[in-house]
Design a protein. Sequence first.
Length: 377
Amino acid sequence: MFPELSRRLISQLSLGLFILVQKKRITLRDLAEHLNINTSTVSRALSEKSNDMISPEVVKRVKKAAEEMGYKQNAAAYALKVGSTKTIGMIIPDLMNPVFPPIIRGIQSVLDQYGYTAFLAYSQNNERAAHTEVEKLISRGVDGIIYAAAFRKDSVVDLCKKQGVPLVLVNRVVDEGDVDTVKVDDSLGIRMAVDHLLELNHRKIGFIAGPKDISVSHIRLRAFTQTMAEHNLKVPPQRIVEAHALSETGGEEAMSLFLRKNPDATAVIASNDLIALGCLTALTQFGYACPKRMSVIGFNNMPYLDWFATPLTTVSIPHFQMGERSADLLLKRIQSDKADFHEEVLLKPKLVIRKSTAPLARSKKNSEAAAQSSSSD
């Protein structure tokens, strides 16, 4: 009994001393020497694909030693061996936009299941910056890229095609080019917003658009004019104002211009939530109450909109699901040899009604006319 106990104590002390003094990364050879077995045996024991070739007792010993000694697989060596780095690149246009973290969480939830690591970069809504970031990711050997910062004409798509790097566009798309995409039915979302305002008796409705070189801005503006036309409602040119950016500042400046040009307007739809928040700021500066004087609708349903003084009515997009579907699609593309077939995933939005929209307030003049008509009857 005592010799066995002494042997175990010596083994544990040796292991502890080894861990204490070692300053380099633990390797397969270190594990093999510690266990007095071949390096190839250690490698097989730690691989799920080959550990059934070795006795369960040896596999258990190897895994226990690996955990105690702090062994971590060398990602670079693994990449050279299997031809895959198990890494994915993600590009978003704006770190400060709250709409993207839920999408990223959706992506990560799928990547975690398959042992992938994500590298995140942002483009500052600049195509040249996005191109540079994608080049960096490709040079790091990522297995594929999820791109949320696309412009309608974007060189990143051509770059990935030339380099043979799988690519999935999420939220934003390009005008031309066969590429996998995950997007929301933006046209349906705008139709929901317009119909909601019409149900509240609004007719003089404006639109604060985003930059036209971004697909979501272009599609949402087009859907607005088409939906209004279907209801036989004309949209004068001054009722559409383009924000210089998909931001609060862009929305505030555009809304200020809109209010000066359209003193009779009663409602406005914004191309996204950040622009809508800028619209609310402009309304306050002009002394207009929302929704009493002007109803406002956003798009995206980014987090925390219900925390504002006037909770924003908005078109909600399934952020987390968008992330999940884009990651699923990319991993499918990585594992597929079919380069001539691409998929488009179209998700449905829904309208979330809060406090920034209300029925059109009847003017005092119209109210008096209605009262006189009622009394004469």
